[in-house]
Design a protein around this ligand. Structure first.
Ligand code: AMP
Length: 488
């Protein structure tokens, strides 16, 4: 087993590592640090949680220890896709460089240009930045990149997702040809491959095993859920989320709840707060000070539920999360791996629960193909409550006298313990054996409202024949519910 002492790091760095409590290098550190110290380019294929930040920060500090900063010409540059990630790299830098006199500046949105300009003017050894902000500074003529000896690109795959690759290429071109490049990505998409082929020179490639998604320490589950009515989906899904949180009881110490869209992040956070849960949102549209406060509160345990988008949460190092909820099934299977990797860290037990509505089935199938495992189906805690919800609706009152009660009873799902109205029975979850294509066609059909005498599952509706009574096509939704929908 390699030790840190064998890697060739500066003794000042070694003592900072010892203070941080690290006893041995992680595989990415053992693989990347020696070639980086030799001045070689490094291509690291590793995810967050593998110790990759230290694998570039430690050799940088060692290499930079040998020279001095010059005004407006940083000697090294670290590019990170999000503000949080950049701030996290800066924190790592502070920890590992505490015994040195190296200086740094963090160039991220939400922090005033003036403050950052002053630091750059004085001269910094390390500049940590998001690509857009760095180019803003450059264009204002405040920054020269011709002194950059080491350039790090962190989380390149996320840069690609966020459309930053042209910025990265431009920044590469602004730095000297002779620079050393340390490049990190969790995956090697063709576009990333192209960038590394263009800008890296004979890199040492280190690929570390991705965190096992089937790790024993992560209990995974999927809750299939179909709305009683399409227009009730969002509201009912939020109720399901609350029920899932409640069902975990004391075992749920803290959780990240992932949504696919920023707007959803806000709505879910607002709704949870309204129901008395300790919750706050984090996504790219929130101002920096709020994001920093929220993250700090989540890290120190004073905030229990963090509602996040993938972009905002990517790369964040939050050590102890007991639960992950996927409020939406992620549309990129890779994101599932990233999301659930936030729990069950370092041998701790963790649980990841995913809510899957019929529309998301195809994404769930892609995830299961990627992780090569069927994620266990778990029962919805809302079974009883959902039935109650249905019963509360004024269906019976709306039914014209000519429609006999038994007709309604016949179209209910057999397992339903209470009289559910016809339309809800039609919206029951599709059967596992159904092909996704068929399902989506059926979803379209049921979303049109009139079912042509067929149930949402494509089966004949017993007792109705081909006749669709007019009352079934009418909306049962009282006006007030629409307002509640947005406020909830
Ligand atoms: P990263 O993959 O860089 O986000 O690092 C994940 C976590 O691992 C961070 O909390 C680091 O502080 C921690 N870490 C990094 N290197 C080591 C190490 N050699 N031993 C123990 N923990 C480490």
């Amino acid at each position: 087993m390699t030790t840190f002492a064998e890697l060739g790091l500066d003794p000042k760095v070694l003592s900072a590592i010892a203070d941080a409590g690290y006893t041995e290098p992680t595989p990415i550190q053992a693989g990347a640090i020696p070639p980086a110290l030799q001045g070689r380019d490094v291509l690291g294929i590793a995810q967050t949680g593998t110790g990759k930040t230290a694998s570039f920060v430690l050799p940088m500090i060692t290499l930079l220890g040998r020279g001095r900063a010059r005004a407006r010409m940083p000697r090294s540059l670290v590019l990170a896709p999000t503000r949080e990630l950049a701030a996290q790299v800066a924190e790592n830098f502070d920890t590992y460089s505490k015994n040195t006199k190296l200086t740094k500046a963090l160039l991220i949105g939400g922090v005033s240009f003036k403050e950052q300009d002053m630091l750059i003017d004085k001269g910094v050894d390390v500049l940590i930045a998001t690509p857009g902000r760095l180019l803003d500074h450059f264009e204002r003529g405040k920054l020269l990149l011709t002194g950059v000896q080491i350039m790090v690109v962190d989380e390149a795959d996320r840069m690609l997702d966020m459309g930053f690759i042209p910025d990265i290429e431009r920044i590469f071109q602004l730095t000297p040809f002779t620079r050393q490049t340390l490049f990190f990505s969790a995956t090697m998409a063709p576009e990333i491959e192209r960038v590394t082929n263009t800008f890296l020179s004979a890199p040492e490639k280190i690929e570390v095993a991705r965190r096992a998604t089937t790790a024993e320490s992560i209990e995974q589950g999927v809750v299939h859920y179909t709305a009683t009515r399409k227009d009730m989906q969002a509201k009912e899904k939020r109720a399901l989320l609350r029920a899932l949180i409640d069902r975990e009881g004391e075992a749920l110490k803290n959780a990240i709840i992932f949504c696919n869209r920023k707007t959803e992040v806000d709505v879910v956070a607002k709704s949870l707060k309204k129901y008395g849960y300790d919750a706050a949102p984090i996504h790219g549209d929130l101002d920096q000070s709020q994001r920093t406060r929220t993250l700090a509160a989540f890290r120190d345990g004073s905030l229990r539920l963090l509602i996040a988008s993938d972009v905002a949460a990517r790369g964040l190092d939050i050590p102890a999360v007991s639960h992950i909820f996927n409020y939406d099934v992620p549309s990129h299977a890779e994101d599932y791996v990233h999301r659930i990797g936030r729990t069950g860290r370092a041998g701790r037990l963790g649980k990841a629960l995913t809510i899957c509505v019929p529309h998301d089935e195809k994404w769930l199938a892609a995830i299961e193909a990627l992780v090569q495992k069927e994620i266990p189906r778990v029962e919805s805690p809302l079974k009883g409550a959902a039935t109650r919800l249905r019963r509360d609706r004024p269906v019976r009152d709306e039914a014209p006298e000519g429609v006999a009660a038994p007709a309604r009873a016949e179209v209910m799902a057999p397992a339903s313990p209470s009289p559910a109205p016809v339309r809800e029975a039609q919206a029951r979850p599709p059967r596992a054996e159904s092909a996704p294509r068929e399902r989506s066609e059926r979803d379209n059909r049921s979303s049109r409202g009139a079912h042509g005498g067929r149930g949402g599952r494509g089966e004949p509706v017993v007792g109705m024949g081909d006749h669709m009574p007019a009352f079934l096509t009418r909306s049962f939704k009282p006006k007030s519910e629409t307002a509640e929908e947005t406020a909830d």
